[in-house]
Design a protein around this ligand. Structure first.
Ligand code: NG6
Ligand code: CA
Length: 515
């Protein structure tokens, strides 16, 4: 296991990368980098991307001051594989055990893996992860003792500081974990977690619906925490339980403290908010404010978090020297398992914007997510249609910072720094997208090919077309952004070429030319 020095060298590495010559005279240090990584926020959920029924002014301002991407993707249509790929620079479908993780999963990114946080470390940065984690903790599934230091934890993969939700809002344990230790735990009330069976005498959503303040629509009928039944069973740890309506405040507060504490040295902050994942419990300040029910309200709450981060940067004079990247882990879902009125109150709102499908799907709304990069003074405000993917953040930022990554690090990540900085409108020649059944698609500027795959075509629980089909699908991205007309039979040669390219990438022979 590698050890991370507790005290990082105080000297700041010279800013030796790509933008050196453009660096303004007197720029004190390498730029800070903040990822604001939303959960389940769709392309169409933000007013900067054309939403008319919801107003997200802070994100709009960020977009107006930076590059707003229209063809940016997460690497997968669900959280765990999207985050795995983003943090390691490796497509998650190459690895077993990277599907949607239980709350008692062991660390999915093992300590020996080189991560984005390691890369920042090498450039002399202090690093933090605050918010939703969903990539496992401790050594092996189900063997954690939540009352002790969980090991390995995020400090073993390059994060100097972490304050996280172990998995998701709807999975036990419903506690924050700070640097591997459950926060506010009373030793006299230890915490137990199981994804196998309930603890004797503990109520569940299934058996005790009378105890619920929010009812499940599907799944989510196990342990009850704060009147909401979750996935998985837990017992004890009462003093450590989070309050759902305060998660955004808690995480935003921690993000601000981290920025304040490290304002004098280069820092990397991975700020993973949990709005708009279920269960959606907006703070009273936002409840009822969107006219769209809790799902709309938590979008306003997310926008508030963004505003708080931006105000902090301004207040501390870090505005110019901080790169802020905002994106989401996967596309949107309206009913994701609770009866929270999201479907009934949706009205004309289109969470996926012009795109077909949603979270879990092979269609574009699955992975084509909101994405903005702001770097005041360095990056011209613009809109970019370049094909870009979060997978490439590690290689692109390594290039910016002049970090040479080890040869075997981040194998699928490529340096598209110019595209990220809005200077090159081209981006990737192609990208592989992964849906919830691990069926893969390949997208180029012109085409989208979805490989034949197993699974139902429509997920009735969530009301989303999955894109699964026994037949090949081909869509023209120039004429048919909404993937309405499958033209696979019309253009068999394009299908053949893209299927071969996908097979080559799967096989690791990424060099096979597209033409
Ligand atoms: C699904 C959950 C869903 C959500 C998702 C993960 C059920 C019925 N559905 O299995 O509610 O938690 O997993 O979402 O349990 S993600 O954004 O973290 O990938
Ligand atoms: Ca998600």
């Amino acid at each position: 296991m590698k050890s991370i020095p507790l005290i990082l060298p105080l000297i700041t590495l010279p800013f030796s990368g790509y933008a050196e010559e453009q660096q303004p005279a007197g720029m004190p240090q390498s730029p800070n980098v903040i990822f604001i990584y939303a959960d389940d926020i769709g392309y169409g959920d933000l007013s900067c991307n054309g939403a008319k029924t919801i107003c997200t002014p802070n994100v709009e301002r960020l977009a107006a001051e930076g590059v707003r991407f229209t063809n940016a993707h997460s690497a997968a249509a669900t959280s765990t594989p999207a985050r795995y790929a983003m943090l390691t620079g490796e497509y998650a479908w190459r690895r077993q055990g990277t599907g949607i993780a239980d709350g008692d999963a062991g660390m999915i990114i093992r300590p020996e893996r080189y991560t984005l946080a390691d890369m920042f470390h090498e450039a002399g940065y202090v690093t933090a992860a605050i918010g939703k984690w969903h990539l496992g903790l401790g050594d092996k599934k189900g063997t954690q003792d939540w009352n002790k230091l969980l090991s390995p934890n995020l400090s073993d993969i390059g994060f100097d500081y972490s304050y996280i939700m172990a998995a998701t809002g709807d999975r036990v344990p419903c506690v924050f974990v700070e640097n591997g230790q459950v926060v506010n735990l009373d030793p006299d009330d230890p915490i137990y977690v199981s994804y196998q069976k309930n603890f004797p005498g503990e109520p569940t959503g299934k058996n005790n619906p009378e105890l619920l303040t929010m009812h499940p629509s599907h799944g989510h009928n196990q342990s009850i925490v704060n009147g909401i039944s979750r996935i998985g069973f837990m017992k004890g740890g009462k003093s450590a339980l989070w309050k759902d309506d305060q998660i955004a405040d808690e995480l935003t507060g921690k993000a601000i403290s981290f920025i304040e504490q490290h304002k004098d040295r280069p820092f990397f902050l991975y700020f993973a908010t949990q709005d708009a994942h279920v269960p959606r419990v907006p703070n009273a300040r936002f409840a009822g404010k969107s006219g769209m029910g809790p799902r709309g309200d938590v979008l306003l709450q997310f926008d508030w978090s963004v505003g708080e981060v931006m105000n902090t940067l301004k207040r501390l004079g870090l505005d110019k020297n901080t790169i802020v990247i905002l994106s989401s882990d996967n596309g949107p879902v309206v009913d994701d398992g609770y009866r929270d009125m999201a479907v009934e109150m949706l009205g004309d709102h289109k969470p996926g914007g012009p795109f077909r499908g949603g979270k879990y799907s092979s269609y574009e709304a699955g992975t084509r997510v909101p994405c903005i990069l702001r770097w005041s003074g360095q990056v011209e405000p613009s809109v970019s249609n370049a094909l870009v993917c979060q997978l490439d953040w590690i290689a692109s930022i390594a290039s910016l910072l002049g970090v040479e990554m080890p040869a075997d690090a981040a194998p699928d990540s490529e340096n598209y720094l110019d595209a990220w900085l809005g200077k090159d409108l081209k981006g990737r020649p192609c990208l592989v997208e992964q849906n919830a059944q691990n069926n893969l698609s390949i997208i180029t500027e012109e085409w989208k090919y979805i490989e034949p795959g197993k699974g139902v075509p429509f997920n009735r629980n969530v009301g989303i077309e999955t894109g699964n089909s026994p037949d090949p699908q081909l869509y023209n991205m120039y004429d048919d952004l909404g993937e309405k007309e499958n033209v696979a039979e019309k253009y068999p040669e394009v299908v053949e070429k893209l299927a071969a390219k996908l097979a080559a990438i799967k096989d690791d022979r990424v060099g096979l030319p597209l033409e």
